[in-house]
Structures are given as C-alpha cells and as structure tokens.
Design a protein around this ligand. Structure first.
Ligand code: FES
Length: 576
C-alpha cells in the first residue's frame, strides 16, 4: 500500500505513546525500561504476539521458538513486536475438559487486545480449543489479526505400524480390554504415538480447526497443513510477522474477513475433509462473535452436497503429514473450488480463489478426485426427533454402516460416574443391539460438554468381537474418535431435555439417512416423566463454575457465553 496511507497518528497505539502528557511519558519510559530506544517503536504498529505456549500444553512446545520467528518478521516489516502469554488450553491435561475454559480464554484474548496498545495480533494456537478461543476473542475485539497454526506432530509408529493420535489409542485400548494386547506392547505404543511437538496428526479437532481458520481467511495460504517440526513452519511464522504489520497499517479486521460466505466455505472444508464434529459447535460460536447466525440446518445442507475427498483418519486411511505431502489444504480446496465462494477476502490480501489457484494434488489416494470420493456426501449429519428437538449430530463416515439405521433398547447411565461403575458389571443386561445412553454430560450437566461421547463398549462385548454400537449422549467426542456416536443432543438432559427422560428398556430408532432420532415412548408417558423429573443439584455456588452455568448456551447455539455474543461496540479504553 502507498506510504501516504501509513499515518502513524492513526495507529491505535498512538493513543498510548504519541501525546505530550504525563501518561504517555510513562508509557514511553517503560518501553525504554525494556532496553528499546525511541526508533525501535515510534510510529510503528505494535504487534501483540498472543502465545499459548506452556509446559502444560505438549502440542505447543515449539511456540517459544516460533514466537521469536514471528518477532523477526515483525521487525523486518517495520513493526514493534510484543509477546503476550495467554492461558493455554491443553487438550491432554485440563479437567473436566478444555472446552470448559474455551470461553474464558476467548474473554481473556478479547480484553488483552482491548486493554493494551496493540495495532495487530498474531494468534498462536493449534491444540483443539486454542483455535476457536483465540479467534472468538480477536473477533470480538476486532483488532487486525492473523492466526498462526501450530501444525501437526510427526506420525506415530509401533513395530512398523503407523499410529494416529487418538484414533489408535481408542483402537488399541479396545484390544487391550479385549485381552488381545500385552502390557509390553501397550507400553511400546505409549512410547511411539506422540513423537514431536505439534498437535494430534489425525483429522481431529486441532487439524480441523486449523484448516478452518485458513479457509475462513485468517491464516496465510497453506500454513495450516505444515507439520510443526518442518522448517517451512519457522518460515511461515516469520511470514506471519511480516504480514500482520501490513494488516495493522491497512486496518483489515477479523469482521471484514468473517462473512457469511467465509463461514459457508469453512463448513464446506470441514465436510470435504471429514473434519471433527466439534467444529460445528466452534463455528457456530465463532460466527456468533461476528454477528452471523449459523443454524445446524446450514451444516446439513452443505454436508449433503459436499463429497468427502480427504482420505484421512478417523474417516479414512492417512494422516496429516501425508496430507501435507499430497498438496495439503490448498490442493484440496482447489479440488472443491466449485463448492466455495472464491472471492472471500483473506489475510494474505488476496481472495481465497487467488490463494488456491494452481494448487496441485500430488497423491490422488490421499486427496481423492471428485468422482472417487471417500464418501459422496459430507462427514457430519444433523439429526432431529423427539429425543433431540434442537438437534444432534453424527459422523457417519466414522461409523459402521450397518448401524446407521438401527432400532434397539436403551441401556441408560445417569452420568459418567454411573457409566464407569456399571458398564462392566457382569450382570448388566446388554448386547451389541442395545443402545448405550449417557445423561448429564452436556454443557451444564458435565459441566463443559466434555469429549465423553465415544462411550466405551462393555468389556464382555469387546471379548465377543463387538467394536461398534449405537451410543447417544449430550456430550461431544474427540475429533480423533470413531463409532456410531450420536452427540450434542439438545436440549441437554441437565436442563430437562428429552434425553433426561429415557429409561433403560425404552426403544430408540436411529435413521441417519432420514436424519431422524426417535424415542419410541408416547407423548403422554413422556409428559408424565417430565412432571416427575428433578433437575440435578447446582454444583457450583461461586466462581467460574457459577458464571459458566449461568451463561453457557446449548450445543446447537455454540456453547458461548450469552454476554459474549456479538452486540453493540465495546468502547475503547479511556487513557488517563
Ligand atoms: Fe493437542 Fe490433540 S492433544 S491437539
């Protein structure tokens, strides 16, 4: 852009540094306290590098180094970098679930961007909920931002077998419980499944959300597919630093990029890649921050017309490093370009169409041709019925086909503790045709709608060779999980949704093709049960838990806090 448009007095940070007054003296002198001199920062955009590095987040261990690369790029482009740690969300260690804290981090990000002299931000995330939380916060603050994806870890390996994050953990754990895997083998798998920095390398929630951030237009073209330890990842980090300086000068803000068409593109990409079911909740929440209402039906409409071309686990065969070598997201999006709104703006300064022009698929088995897809229609279906009046979802590509139309008696567990205590009881009357139902595992019930939805199959059935059953809950499941799992049932059981009224022995009908889930109990009987239903006790009387319970919305609404939804502009902070 012409330098004439680069008026330093228009920078947001100029309000802190430019005036000849007492407060600005304090701001300038404290920059000098860090060893910087006036030419280092004066008349330059201040770039906040929001880093979710932490020893507690094993997927982000390379972020200290990458933040230095970002700084290098910012300096090169004439900006002034300032690294700011924000709370990380470790999918591995956080309890009850990282999802419980997504909105807290989004709030932290929004307020961090608002309260400091920041003209542009680089958002460093990757491990599942770090992606939506950073984007939700930056969207609400509406400060020019670029998302830097962590990239995936190396593929796992055990005795020459490729191991995929999550998916192979569930698979081999089932074998261990079935008595088919010894302790030594289990320990060797533990050694070989997570071999480098980076996120899970299946098409789980992290890979899905990083791809979505790029398709939305918030990441540099091609960046989301680069494995974490690839040298291209460091180069991409520097490029993010250079590019955000221009975005700050040009005042290109998240809400300029996050249009309805951009969200349609993101849903299309999610479906075409066989992405995580979690993406639905996050996309609804992210769109909500931009003032865009996404209905579950929009996901189903796009799902029905979008072929799954990413042959990636858990829906397919390959892992994300293979996807990168096969051409990555740019090639995949170029292949489905007729399904996309190509004129959407992106942080590169070019349109999505321009970004993907000419991107070539290198391996046709990993990124399938349109006439030989993994599945003719999308990866996630939305179901409705008297059991889920506000909807629920299933990922049919990760389920056994024979179960997609199924009628069976329910075996009900009132909460996760009950499930753990009784699932492997020898006296439990359960067969492969039963439907396992878990109650009180939703946004308020669990709380935090954790990834419990791939409900375990009883050991005695595993020993008989059963590896999939119909399972229904108001919780989520990991993007790396698989099975005939009906998820996100809304309204949830903890607020008296129909799931709370299911009793062991009730028959449930699942018909995925017809998008139907039906509890075969009369309306009169359900009304009687509802009249007798008692809400679970309120668990938290203070603190974040209380705020969470009061503010959280249901899965079909994105599980954002009501007070954080898009609304009138929040005033800039007074400086005095
Ligand atoms: Fe971090 Fe899976 S645990 S992405």
């Amino acid at each position: 852009m012409p330098d004439s448009k680069r008026d330093p007095s228009q920078l947001r940070s100029a309000r802190w540094f430019a005036p000849d007054d007492l407060r600005s003296f304090g701001h300038r002198s404290r920059i000098k306290q860090m060893g910087f001199d006036t030419p280092d920062y004066q008349d330059k955009p201040v770039i906040g590098i929001l880093n979710t590095w932490s020893d507690m987040n094993t997927c982000h261990t390379h972020f200290r180094d990458r933040a230095e690369k970002v700084k290098q790029g910012v300096w090169q482009a004439g900006g002034f970098p300032m690294e700011i740690p924000v709370m990380t969300l470790s999918e591995t260690f956080m309890k009850p679930t990282s999802m419980y804290y997504r909105n807290l981090v989004a709030m932290e990000v929004e307020e961090t961007l608002r309260c400091y002299p920041i003209d542009g931000a680089v958002l460093m995330g990757g491990c599942d909920k770090t992606v939506p939380s950073l984007i939700m916060g930056a969207t609400s603050a509406n400060v020019p931002s670029i998302f830097l994806p962590a990239g995936v870890m190396l593929k796992g390996c055990w005795k020459g077998e490729t191991l995929g994050s999550g998916s192979d953990v569930w698979k081999y754990w089932a074998e261990r419980r079935a008595g088919n895997l010894c302790e030594d083998a289990w320990s060797e798998i533990e050694d070989g499944i997570a071999r480098s920095p980076g996120t899970c390398m299946t098409m789980g929630t992290a890979a899905t959300m990083m791809a979505i951030a790029e398709v939305l237009g918030l990441s540099l073209p091609g960046s989301s597919s680069i494995p974490a330890v690839h040298s291209a990842h460091s180069r991409m980090a520097s490029a993010c630093g250079r590019r955000i300086v221009d975005l700050a000068w040009d005042q290109v803000k998240p809400c300029d990029i996050l249009t309805e068409q951009a969200f349609d593109n993101a849903i299309t990409a999610d479906m075409a890649l066989g992405g995580s079911t979690n993406a639905i909740i996050h996309l609804i929440a992210m769109a909500g921050r931009a003032g865009i209402k996404l209905d579950l039906e929009r996901f189903d409409e796009i799902s029905q017309k979008t072929p799954v071309i990413g042959n990636l686990r858990p829906s397919g065969k390959y892992l994300m490093p293979d996807f990168y070598d096969a051409g990555g997201l740019l090639a995949a999006m170029n292949r489905i370009r007729d399904f996309l709104h190509l004129d959407c703006l992106t942080v590169s300064g070019a349109s999505l169409g321009e970004n993907i022009d000419g991107a070539q698929v290198i391996d046709e088995d990993i990124i399938r041709p349109l006439d030989r897809p993994v599945s003719a229609s999308g990866g996630t279906f939305v179901l409705r019925g008297n059991l889920a009046p506000d909807g629920c979802v299933i990922k049919p590509t990760a389920a056994e086909a024979r179960l997609l139309k199924h009628r069976g008696p329910a075996v009900v567990f009132s909460d996760y503790k009950d499930l753990k205590e009784r699932l492997n009881d020898d006296d439990l009357d359960i067969s492969a045709d039963h439907i396992i139902v878990l109650q009180n595992a939703g946004p308020i019930g669990a709380p935090g709608i954790p990834e419990w939805g791939m409900l375990p199959i009883p050991d005695k059935l595993l020993k008989q060779g059963v590896r999939d059953m119909v399972r229904i809950s108001d919780s989520r499941m990991s993007g790396t999980s698989y099975g005939t799992c009906v998820l996100h049932v809304a309204p949830e059981s903890a607020i008296g949704g129909p799931l709370a009224l299911v009793q062991t022995g009730d028959y449930i009908e699942l018909d995925v093709e017809a998008r139907r889930i039906h509890l075969d109990v009369s309306d009169e009987e359900l009304a009687t049960r509802k009249a007798q239903w008692k809400a679970p006790e309120v668990r938290f009387q203070r603190g974040y838990g209380k705020l969470f319970a009061e503010q959280i919305t249901q899965a079909n609404e994105g599980c954002d806090f009501k007070i954080l939804h898009h609304g009138p502009d929040t005033p800039e902070p007074e400086i005095h």
